[in-house]
Design a binder for this molecule. Structure first.
Ligand code: TRP
Length: 333
């Protein structure tokens, strides 16, 4: 066992299949870095329940979807570990312990949480948010710190959670003794990918391309994607946000620069050809991912085996951390 290797911890909520936004925001980074870092990927079912507490079945059915997505994009089970959050009870213990190190106002100020509460009016009527939802960043700090991780590849919206995690770790170390490394967040350098209608990607808007999408699904979404009246393929996020966003999709799928894409479609007087080529490019790009994904969905027993191995690794690390925490806090009776 290589003790020197630094560690990555990151995770996904199992509320649906993963999409291209997840891929460029976090999945690609974890796949690239898995040779250098010991990588732990968590299926964050407890966090998913904070806004799906009325529908635990939905969370359960999406666990293997998220595992399959991670494996499909190239997370290598020989190098990396995948496990289910709820099975590591030390995370819940740490959440309680960390809750003394965070103020309620600090949680209320978290911009990601604020936005989510606003978006979830149907669940938290009149902003009347649950303790569990408001506090999920504390639980996320426990997700990260239980593993004593050094690096956390995430989407940009998750940076406030990493900041809070660092503050908690710092306070813990200051009050009780040095136990936790201060983890760094790592965001990708791809600009934020929006949905095909220019809004935030969301299942309810049906505006995301999922890693598992077939060519027909890709085509139907892309052909009705929002553009603008000035039919010109020019990268100008300020004046042509929807078209620029579609060009980013094309860039992700082909690796071409925005200049090259502009040159490729110079002189076009409609978006038709661009959209058709975008469909082909996305289909080609996702095809090997889809093939690997199908292999795993046809072999759920393989995924279960990997989850057991991941659980053993996570559980072992959690026990080490808990021992250190109990000693430091003098609760090792
Ligand atoms: N909050 C993350 C998201 O919505 C998922 C997540 C849960 C996570 N626990 C984590 C990410 C720990 C990084 C580290 O995408």
């Amino acid at each position: 066992m290589n003790q020197q290797k630094k560690r990555i911890l990151t995770g996904d909520r199992p509320t649906g299949r993963l999409h291209l936004g997840h891929l460029v925001g976090s999945l690609q980074n974890r796949v690239t870095l898995q040779d250098q870092y010991e990588t732990l990927v968590m299926v964050a079912d407890i966090q998913a329940l904070t806004d799906n507490f009325k529908d635990p079945g939905r969370v359960r059915t999406n666990i293997l979807e998220v595992v399959a997505d991670n494996l499909a994009v190239g997370l290598d089970p020989e190098k990396s570990f995948i496990f289910i959050q709820s099975q590591i009870s030390e995370i819940a213990e740490l959440t309680v312990i960390f809750s003394n190190l965070v103020s309620v106002v600090e949680l209320q100020r978290n911009p990601t949480i604020k936005q989510e509460i606003a978006d979830k009016g149907y669940l938290f009527k009149g902003g009347n948010v649950t303790f569990g939802f408001l506090g999920y960043p504390v639980s996320q700090a426990a997700d990260i710190l239980f593993s004593r991780a050094n690096l956390v590849p995430v989407g940009e919206d998750q940076l406030p959670m990493i900041e809070l995690t660092r503050r908690i770790a710092k306070k813990f170390n200051e009050y009780y003794g040095e136990v936790f490394p201060l983890p760094e967040g790592l965001v990708s350098n791809t600009p934020r990918l929006m949905g095909l209608d220019g809004r935030k990607m969301s299942k309810s808007f049906d505006n995301a391309i999922y890693l598992a999408d077939s060519k027909d699904e890709i085509a139907s979404k892309v052909m009705k994607a929002k553009t603008d009246t000035k039919a010109e393929i020019v990268y100008d996020p300020e004046h042509k946000p929807e078209v620029s966003n579609l060009m980013l999709y094309y860039q992700i799928a082909t690796g071409k620069s925005f200049r090259a894409i502009e040159a490729e479609f110079a002189g076009q007087t409609s978006y038709k050809l661009f959209k058709e080529k975008l469909v082909m490019a996305l289909d080609e790009f996702l095809s090997p991912i889809r093939t690997r994904r199908e292999y795993y969905t046809q072999h759920p027993e393989l995924m279960l085996k990997l989850l057991i191995a991941g659980h053993q690794k996570a559980s072992q690390e959690a026990k080490v951390t808990m021992e250190l925490v109990r000693q430091a806090m003098k609760i090792n009776y």
